[in-house]
Design a protein. Sequence first.
Length: 344
Amino acid sequence: MPPAGLLAIIAVGLALAYVLPQRIRERSDYALVRTEDRYSADMRVVRASAARVAPRDASSASTEIPLLVTGAARAKVSALGDQHMSRPQGPLDKAATHAQRESLHLRQDRLGSMAQRAIQARRRAAVSGIAAATTLIAWILVAATGFPAIIAALFTAALATAVASSAKAGAAERQALAQVRGVTREVEAAATATRALRAVAAARAGGVHAEPSAVATQAIAIVTSADLAPLAAPALTRRAAAERAAHAVAVEAAIQAAAAEESQVLADEAAGWRPRTMPVPAYALKPAVRQQVARPMSEDDYAASTHAYDRSARAEASVERSAQQSPTTGALDAILARRKQASA
């Protein structure tokens, strides 16, 4: 009989090898289910009366953030004005937009892979059908004529191989699809949770104290008696007909302008390079100035200039002679005499 210590070691090893991984897997499944129930957009089947009557063009049911758009929607956004911002700016906005974009990419990839798997499944079904028909014909020939049974057995083995490979490929595809679905659920849950945090951040930015709560992200909204009251629902807010018409005209004008610009660009590209029309320079816009013509010189001008030169020369000569003839002695005695008179 084996000792008790060996039996205890075997029991602990079995528990670590089988029981503990099973419990860990169950707890992770429970946590994932709770997260999916809380953040799943498909589970939101009960809504308050105010949310029920809200216009669909004002806000969506899952508060999704629109991605960057092109075409007519782009022209519509550009017609809203410079104050409108369509790109995410904050960290939570960028995270929510990234999560939504990843969710859309996962959905597109899953649809593409499902289409490819459907084509492969049809191909395998066609091969299996051809193998089954060939096997049936071979065994009929074996029973009716002297057809070799070994060839019919080979056809049967080929049929079994095709069926087994088809079943194996189908099981692998189902497993891969289940994994993709799990990843998609996690991405959608993260996107919804990010949108909930974004709502809390927006409330705090507006000066309102808000804390993350399970009420804002739960699957089924809490409906009170005030929500169920007949007059509790607010009136539907619709834009006036004139405002809608003006908005439609603005959108149409923006679309036409974008189309005209695009056609002009295409025409320029098709025609090749063309010199651009440059504005007229500023000096060309000034009024024309009448050109002045100098008067030709005459003999009178020469005589007048000669007379002026002679007169200035005589004046300079007279100044020099008067300076030379002025007395230079006795100047100091006169100065001393004037000082004595002033001090007396």
